[in-house]
Design a protein around this ligand. Structure first.
Ligand code: FE2
Length: 512
């Protein structure tokens, strides 16, 4: 449990005997007390030292207790200030309370009343400080909620954590490093700067070194005096290690400027809460990544099992994935969507696992009944992945890669934009590879034939915009046909293909 530090009490009264009585009376309590009869000395003290509670006379020669009140609250915003005066008026009382004083004592007063007022003030302060910690926890809940709402986007989440750090610690800039616990290398770096000129300080990777080999989660704090707008302040760099199971897995650096070198109460607690939330997010992300990797390994194993059964499709899913990926990049899809595409393309024919071997490996033309059986593979695939939440985004690939743009495909006979774009992209890549690949009874066709097939069916079987995108992918050599098909291909036929072409008459091509 955290040890509560002694409260620092300031007493200011130009009458020495009053200072003495108060200090003696409070001496019985567990306080650190500083008392001044000269308000100027008190002002210097306030600027340079932490103050939890100030007790000040209102009228002190040319100085007013209001000067002490203002200086205390400016330097220590959560301090409690109690004014004392022998000449009270309602107007004065209202005025000092409006300026932020906590209470107002009329001289002469009993020492019991003074003690009770101070205790009440400090209790009020504790509630306010606890509220600040609570606010930090609420901030954590807010960003945690956003994390799950953002689909476990760790960068986005860490950015929210840093924004909270900047707000809660009045920081100029903050950064978080995620470290690979195996070799200590930096695997992720995110920063948020209110002032871009300060970003370099928090992005200094050497700050991580002070925590290497340590199991402590205590922050490291360095301060240096700076002059801001003609006033002496402290530039404070706080580095908070992020520990997961006692191992260093990251560091949050926060750069802030305070009036003194003391970090206001509660702020480090808020940073600790936020770093814990970053640690949880990183741990969750790692678990999620491991889980996803395991799933993908299982999926690949399953896809290989299908390819082993289907003599037509050796290496097909891998090539189709690479082709579709390039089309998606051309279309400007983001990384997350491309990752889904990889899963979807890998799995697209997984339903063939439910198609009998005799049909899958038949080299002759399929009978009508066999064709019907074969055409069930999209729905069979959906049955296999249904119930696995992680694979849900792959559904459009499985469900719609045999739909036709003109509505003549299967299983649902969707038309045009009714077909998810994932299915429209995959249909083009799937057909291209089916024509290009070697089959047991024939060699793969030259690329000119595959291109002609896509162009002939542009607008009927295939979405014309996706065919155009595919042609651009080929034209710009985004796919290495030599690596995919093991032969030199002549792409000169693309020179005759305009970017846009009228819809050609329908011809059906059925990929495997
Ligand atoms: Fe298929």
């Amino acid at each position: 449990m955290r040890h509560e530090p002694r409260k620092r009490i300031l007493v200011v009264d130009d009458e020495e005997y009053i200072c003495k009585i108060i200090v003696e009376s409070l001496g019985e309590e567990n306080f650190d007390i500083a008392s001044f009869t000269d308000p100027r000395e008190a002002l210097d003290y306030i600027a340079a030292n932490p103050v939890d509670l100030a007790l000040t006379d209102l009228v002190m020669g040319q100085y007013s207790g209001l000067n002490i009140l203002e200086a205390t609250l400016e330097n220590h915003p959560d301090a409690i200030v109690i004014l004392m005066t022998a000449h009270p008026t309602v107007q004065t009382a209202i005025s000092v309370l409006k300026k932020g004083a906590y209470d107002f004592l009329v001289k002469p007063f009993k020492l019991e009343l003074l003690s009770a007022t101070i205790k009440r003030g400090l209790a009020h302060q504790k509630i306010a400080r606890d509220n600040l910690s609570l606010k930090g926890q609420l901030e954590f809940l807010k960003v945690a909620n956003a994390f799950f709402g953002s689909g476990l986007d760790l960068d986005k989440y860490l950015r929210l954590v840093l924004r909270s750090c900047n707000t809660e610690l009045s920081a100029r800039a903050s950064a978080v490093f995620e470290i690979d616990p195996k070799d200590g290398s930096t695997i992720r770096r995110v920063h948020e700067a209110v002032d871009d000129a300060e970003a370099d300080a928090v992005l200094d990777e050497s700050l991580i070194d002070q925590f290497r080999g340590s199991r402590s989660s205590a922050p490291a704090i360095t301060t240096e005096p700076v002059e801001v707008d003609g006033r002496q302040k402290s530039r404070i760099l706080i580095s908070q290690p992020i520990m997961i199971r006692k191992r260093l897995q990251g560091v949050i650096n926060v750069l802030t400027v305070f009036r003194s070198d003391q970090i206001p109460h509660g702020r480090l607690d808020v940073l600790s809460i936020l770093s814990n939330s970053a640690a949880s997010a990183i741990a969750n992300q790692n678990l999620y990544t491991d889980l996803k990797r395991s799933y993908l390994q299982a999926i690949r194993a399953l896809a290989s099992a299908i390819e082993a059964r289907d003599v037509y499709t050796a290496g097909h899913t891998d090539r189709v994935t690479r082709l579709a990926e390039q089309v998606a990049l051309f279309l400007g899809w983001d990384e997350r969507r491309i990752q889904t595409l990889q899963v979807g393309c890998t799995l697209h024919d997984i339903g063939k696992i439910g198609v009998p071997d005799a049909i899958l490996s038949k080299t002759d033309r399929l009978t009508e009944a066999e064709r019907k059986q074969m055409n069930k593979h999209p729905q069979l695939g959906l049955k296999i992945i249904r119930g696995v939440d992680l694979l849900r985004p792959a559904i459009p690939y499985l469900a719609s890669h045999h739909e036709r743009f003109d509505g003549g495909g299967y299983p649902r006979g969707l038309r045009g934009d009714e077909i998810p774009i994932e299915g429209r992209v995959l249909a083009v890549a799937d057909t291209f590879d089916a024509i290009m690949s070697d089959r047991p009874y024939r060699k793969g066709a030259p690329v000119a034939i595959a291109i002609k097939e896509l162009m002939d069916n542009r607008g009927t079987q295939f979405d014309p915009e996706i065919v155009d995108a595919f042609m651009e992918v080929l034209r710009t050599h985004k796919v290495d046909l030599q690596a995919l098909y093991g032969r030199e291909e002549d792409l000169s036929c693309l020179d005759d293909i305009p970017v846009r072409q009228e819809t050609a008459p329908a011809q059906t091509t059925v990929p495997g």
